[in-house]
Design a protein around this ligand. Structure first.
Ligand code: SAH
Length: 252
């Protein structure tokens, strides 16, 4: 059995309890060294063999996993944040399936959640935005035609943009082709939940400058949308006149 485990966004106490237990029980850990906090590896038992996948190809990762499983070892593949986002787990799962090796996934706290916490923001605000788009700017990895940033930006909802802070100027241009204006609030969150966390707030017209001034070129998210602004409506759920399954509303 191979366990894919979400390591969380960085802070070592933001892994799930289940994820921590799996780490402690592992005979082999293969971790994504570019972003997983090495402190998490202190949980491993003394005999555990640890591999950093940053130096490995897919074939090499699969060989370690498959050989270990054949010997009955417990394998943890530790991915940053939640494995379902930009985690490249599908290709590993498909190879395991071919090899007849069962696997499970333990979810993790994604960096987009840690960024909201750092910003003390609510991404979905009544009358402001009820949707969050998670996406990235096209880089060496292509983005499908219909998901080009300027097209997604047409919704004007909350957007969290991964893997793109190094292209902040291009991101800004694409967002401005959509429903946002130069005055739309935005933020860059660098290393959310790590000790080195930095939050830079501003307006879309300043986005490239915000990244440049703070020397932020990677390991950051760009958040854009009016959810970072001042205006919203109160929720219906907690409105005194609103009846729900659990509470009868009072007449006003
Ligand atoms: N699966 C991960 C994302 C991996 S892609 C998740 O759920 O968060 C790697 C990108 O995620 C980085 O380039 C950066 O854009 C973002 N990222 C990961 N950890 C981050 C953190 N702690 N703070 C800000 N951005 C982070």
């Amino acid at each position: 059995m191979v366990n894919f485990v979400g390591a969380g966004p960085g802070a070592e106490d933001l892994i799930t309890v289940r994820g921590q237990e799996l780490l402690r029980a592992a005979d082999i850990i293969i971790y994504a060294g570019s972003l997983v906090n090495p402190k998490l590896l202190e949980e491993a038992n003394a005999d555990c063999r640890i591999y950093n996948s940053a130096y490995m190809t897919l074939d090499e990762v699969m060989k370690v996993m498959i050989d270990a499983d054949r010997l009955g070892r417990r394998v943890v593949r530790l991915h940053t944040g939640d494995p379902s986002l930009y985690g490249a787990i599908r290709e590993q799962m498909d190879r395991l399936k071919e090899a007849g090796i069962p696997y499970q996934i333990c979810p993790g706290v994604s960096s987009f959640c840690a960024a909201a916490a750092a910003l003390q923001a609510e991404y979905t605000l009544p009358a402001v935005s009820q949707s969050v788009i998670i996406t990235r700017m096209e880089g060496r990895t292509p983005v499908p035609e219909l998901e080009q940033l300027h097209l997604l930006a047409g919704h004007g909802c909350t957007m969290v943009i991964f893997l793109s802070v190094g292209m902040a100027k291009k991101v800004q241009q694409e967002l401005l082709r959509g429903a946002y204006s130069g005055d739309t609030p935005c933020a860059i969150v660098y290393k959310a939940s790590w000790k080195e966390e930095q939050i830079v707030r501003g307006m879309l017209k300043d986005l490239p400058q915000m990244a440049f001034t703070h020397g932020i070129r990677k390991t950051a998210l760009i958040v854009v949308g009016e959810c970072l602004g001042e205006d919203y409506e109160l929720s219906k759920l907690y409105d005194a006149s609103f009846t729900t399954e659990f509470r009868k509303g009072t007449k006003v």
